[in-house]
Design a protein around this ligand. Structure first.
Ligand code: SF4
Length: 231
């Protein structure tokens, strides 16, 4: 799609995308259910390659059985595996959850650490999980959470040309005001679920189409073949 001259600047486009997402999703917030920071950490680990909806079905029983880092740290791993099985990759997830909880108990006095450099030492915790926990559990925005939706949409929107989440995050941190870093991720995820679905992007009804260099490609393909498009 040829983008109108006024949206040629990537920075201007990013800010307009942000503005429109805010209008579309004024109440967007983290969809994972949790009460404590460690519960958010565990829920975020479970959300890899899994929907938040599925995670929210699993965590009530998990947190009822193991409510804090200490109980999770020394639990029978088979019991954790069984409780998280339906989220997929349950061997690894259970191992990471227990590993992270042990480290929290043994090195951080049972409390999830707040510093990014400490969060990143926990097993199974990369910047995506660390950003979510930091922003939502501690109100400390330290980066942009890049999940599969954010990676896909920001590429389609031409806000980055990278596939590596770290590089995408660096690009977005330059384009989006810090105060909106986490909010931008959440709203982009909402838009990915509602409109810009990976298998069927609904460009004809997308409020971002005017700003999206990929819109025409998808609209044309849809009009021509009237089939789902997998970008
Ligand atoms: S215009 Fe299409 S490709 Fe671009 S963000 Fe919207 S739905 Fe996705």
């Amino acid at each position: 799609m040829t983008i109108d001259r006024k949206w040629r600047s990537k920075k201007k486009r990013a800010l307009e995308v942000l503005l429109r997402l805010k209008r579309l999703y004024p109440n967007a917030t983290c969809s994972l259910d949790y009460i404590t920071p460690v519960q958010l950490l565990v829920a975020t680990i479970l959300s890899a390659q899994c929907t938040d909806e599925r995670v929210n079905k699993v965590t009530p029983a998990l947190f009822a059985r193991f409510p804090d880092a200490r109980s999770m740290a020394y639990a029978d791993i088979l019991e954790i595996e069984e409780l998280v099985r339906s989220t997929g990759f349950y061997h690894n997830k259970a191992k990471n959850i227990q590993g992270a909880c042990r480290k929290i108990v043994e090195e951080f006095d049972g409390e999830v650490p707040q510093l990014m450099e400490h969060l990143l030492t926990l097993p199974g915790v990369a910047r995506k999980t660390a950003n979510v926990v930091s922003a939502h559990a501690f109100g400390n925005i330290q980066g942009v959470t890049v999940d599969t939706h954010v990676k896909r949409l920001t590429n389609l929107l031409g806000l980055t040309s990278h596939q590596d989440p770290i590089k995408i995050e660096q690009d977005l941190m330059k384009l989006i005001p810090k105060v909106d870093w986490e909010n931008f991720s959440i709203m982009t995820i909402f838009h990915g679920r509602a409109i810009c679905n990976a298998r069927k992007p609904n460009c004809l009804e997308c409020e971002l189409a005017e700003l999206c260099p990929s819109a025409n490609r998808v609209i044309k393909t849809k009009t021509r073949s009237n089939i789902n498009v997998d970008l």
